[in-house]
Design a protein around this ligand. Structure first.
Ligand SMILES: *Cc1c(COP(=O)(O)O)cnc(C)c1O
Length: 405
């Protein structure tokens, strides 16, 4: 085998398009909730690859599934079906409201499929003029032109030319605002049960229930984007299960493959029935490697032990954050669901989330932000309690440094 060339962080600045500004160290190895960089420095991982590595790094069951499938069959395209995809689809159906599944490779692609399906359903069943999509300020649905346009953050969607038409944004958790714009030309309401990127803000019960009722009144579809909240992140398999409000279409991705790229759109039979071969597609969607790993992840996550452990761990996290706050008063509120945790910075530290993020890395801790004022944690769902304690120790030191600076 050819010798691998040595690479360092400065290579990034020369060869990768500057869409990102990654940390100054390069992770090379992970195990559970610990990660090591090129210099051998060790980090506690409270970020989970942005809510993706839900079973930690290199979980033995996932490694085994990947290894076995890797020696069996990698790819056949959608000209053929394959066993891992069929098994995974059946398990997702058995575990949820859904009757049908479409696999893709990323959250944006699952959402793209969901929005196209909602538009197609309305045009097929009702009228070609029934195309309005209602979505929410600060919502996030991905970076394709359609999904970023449905997302409610102009800083992400502006500057790329004309956007897909007939998408309207109103404030999140504001049912009156939805009532003011919904009509019989509305094909779908698209919402995250907990807004992730937009600040870790859960929907209220009345809001989601109200959206369901409005959709039913106007023959519109309710689409839940559970790309971030799905697959146990919320403490139940999907966040909608906390609310008892059932969507017509649901998308999920991030944790689905535990780190292997895969996404799914789930739909009811009624909605799925309008589709026919050739209307939509993807080369890699339902790839056997991806589905084999996702099946192994689902088998572990969708068990009473793992799901119950999520609320225990959430408590431990909130206790840790609370203890830090008693000393330093940096947070004004803790939000979220399960192991999607948002800590909102107090008024004295507005716009400083990036500083805390950077300081955490210096003390050996990986965390996330959600906008300039919220620290976001999305650790492994099976993180060891000792790792939580150690991570909190490091976080406190990092916060001390920011405050002392
Ligand atoms: C991350 C995210 C997406 C986009 O997923 P990608 O895999 O990055 O395309 C869409 N919706 C939500 C709610 C997300 O958190």
């Amino acid at each position: 085998m050819a010798e691998k060339a040595a690479v360092s962080r400065d290579v990034f600045d020369r060869v990768i398009l500057p869409f990102f500004a990654p940390a100054q160290f390069i992770p090379v190895k992970g195990k559970g909730s610990r990660v090591w960089d090129q210099q051998g420095t060790e980090y506690v991982d409270f970020a989970g690859g942005i809510a993706v590595t839900a079973l930690g790094h290199c979980h033995p069951a996932l490694v085994k599934a990947l290894h076995e499938q890797g020696e069996t069959l990698w790819h056949v395209s959608n000209v053929f079906t394959n066993e891992p995809a069929l098994r995974l689809a059946q398990k997702l159906i058995d575990a949820t409201f859904a009757d049908r599944v479409f696999f893709a490779n990323s959250g944006a692609e699952a959402n793209e499929a969901a929005f196209k399906l909602a538009r197609y359903y309305a045009s097929h069943r009702h009228s070609p003029y029934k195309s309005k999509i209602i979505a929410f300020h600060n919502g996030f649905h991905g970076r394709t032109l359609f999904t970023v346009s449905v997302g409610g953050q102009p800083k992400y969607s502006d500057g790329f030319g004309p956007k897909p038409a007939d998408i309207i944004h109103v404030p999140f958790n504001d049912l009156e605002a939805v009532k003011a714009v919904i009509d019989d030309h509305t094909c779908a309401i698209v919402v995250e049960p907990v807004q992730g990127e937009g600040g870790v803000t859960p929907a209220t019960q009345e809001f989601l229930q109200g959206l369901r009722d409005l959709c039913d009144q106007h023959q519109a579809l309710l689409v839940f984007d559970e790309v971030q909240t799905g697959m146990g992140r919320s403490g139940k398999l999907f966040s909608y299960m906390h609310y008892g409000v059932t969507p017509d279409i649901l998308t999920t991705a991030k944790a689905l493959g535990g780190g292997f790229p895969v996404s799914a759109m789930l739909a009811t039979e009624d909605v799925a029935a309008v589709m026919e071969p050739g209307k939509h597609g993807t080369t890699y969607g339902g790839n056997p490697l991806a589905c084999a790993v996702a099946e192994a992840a689902l088998d572990i996550i969708n068990t009473p032990e793992v799901l119950a452990g999520i609320s225990e761990r959430r408590e431990k996290f909130i206790q840790g954050l609370d203890a830090i706050n008693q000393k330093h008063g940096v947070f004004k509120a803790f939000r979220g669901q399960g192991l999607l945790i948002g800590a909102e910075l107090s008024d004295a530290y507005q716009n400083r989330a990036g500083d805390f993020h950077k300081a955490a890395a210096e003390f050996g801790l990986m965390i996330l932000v959600a906008g300039p004022n919220v620290i976001r944690l999305a650790p492994s769902l099976v993180i060891e309690f000792a790792d939580i304690s150690e991570g909190m120790n490091r976080f406190e030191k990092a916060i001390g440094k920011v405050l002392g600076a």
